[in-house]
Write a protein that binds this ligand. Structure first.
Ligand SMILES: O=C(CO)[C@H](O)[C@H](O)COP(=O)(O)O
Ligand SMILES: [Co+2]
Length: 215
C-alpha cells in the first residue's frame, strides 16, 4: 500500500494549522527537524511538534536531521511523534543503537535515514528491527531540489535488502518526488513517498495529493 507523506517544510509556518488541514487526505505528515549543524538549515523543534500533535490526528513521521539524535528521542516521542527517523551519519553505531533503543522504550516506530553518499549496506546492522528505511534523493537540508537520478539504484539495493532481511519494513523516499518522478521511484522499490513542494507549491494541495496517487 503506497503512502503519501506531505512535508510541511514547504508549508506556510505562519498558517501551519491551516496548511496541515489542507493535506488531511494524505496518509502521513512528514515533519523535517533540522539543527543547523547536521544540515546547513534550521527548521522546527519539539514545541512545534507538540503543537502540531494538538491540531491533527495524522500519523507524524518525524525526520530528525540532527547530530547525536539520541539526545532528543524521548522529547520528540513525548511531543507526539509516531515515527522517528535518525540519520546513520548523525552519530557512531553506538549512538544510533541507543537512539533505536530509546524509540522502543518510548513506543514509537523506528526508522533510519541515508544521505545520498551513504552505502545501502549501512542499514544492515539495524534492518531486522526497523519499521522503515528512508532513502534521501536530495542532499538533506532544503526542499524544492531535483531528485538525484542515481539514487534510484540505492532505492533498488535497499529494497533488495528489505526483501531479504525484513519484508515488513517500509521504504520511504524523500526529495524531489513529484508526478514526473514518482513512477520511477515506486518502480525502484519505494512504498512511502515524501512530497513537499509538489504538494504545497500547488494551488490546491489536496488535488496535488490525488494527482500523486493517480500516477
Ligand atoms: O527532508 C527534506 C529535506 O532535507 C524534505 O523532506 C524534502 O526535501 C521534501 O521536499 P521536496 O519534496 O520539495 O523535495
Ligand atoms: Co524529510
Amino acid at each position: 500500500m503506497l503512502k503519501i507523506a506531505p512535508s510541511i517544510l514547504s508549508a506556510d509556518f505562519a498558517n501551519l494549522e491551516r496548511d496541515i488541514r489542507r493535506v488531511s487526505s494524505a496518509d502521513w505528515l512528514h515533519v523535517d527537524v533540522m539543527d543547523g549543524y547536521f544540515v546547513p538549515n534550521i527548521t522546527i523543534g519539539v514545541p512545534v511538534v507538540k503543537s502540531i500533535r494538538q491540531c491533527t490526528d495524522m500519523f507524524l513521521d518525524v525526520h530528525l536531521m540532527v547530530t547525536k539524535p539520541a539526545r532528543f528521542i524521548e522529547d520528540f516521542a513525548q511531543a507526539g511523534a509516531d515515527l522517528l527517523n535518525v540519520h546513520l551519519e548523525a552519530d557512531d553505531p553506538r549512538g544510533i543503537s541507543q537512539a533505536l533503543r530509546l524509540m522502543d522504550q518510548c513506543k514509537v516506530k523506528k526508522a533510519v535515514a541515508l544521505r545520498p553518499i551513504t552505502s545501502p549496506n549501512a542499514v544492515l546492522p539495524y534492518l531486522e528491527q526497523l519499521d522503515m528505511v528512508l532513502v534521501m534523493t536530495v542532499e538533506p537540508g532544503f526542499g524544492g531540489q531535483a531528485l538525484m537520478e542515481h539514487q534510484l539504484e540505492t532505492i533498488r539495493q535497499v529494497r533488495a535488502l528489505i526483501e531479504r532481511y525484513n519484508p515488513a519494513c517500509r521504504l520511504e523516499v524523500d526529495g524531489g518526488v513529484n508526478t514526473t518522478t514518482l513512477r520511477r521511484v515506486v518502480e525502484a522499490g519505494a512504498d512511502t513517498l515524501v512530497a513537499g513542494s509538489a504538494v504545497y507549491k500547488a494551488a490546491d494541495p489536496a488535488a496535488a495529493i490525488a494527482a500523486l496517487r493517480e500516477v
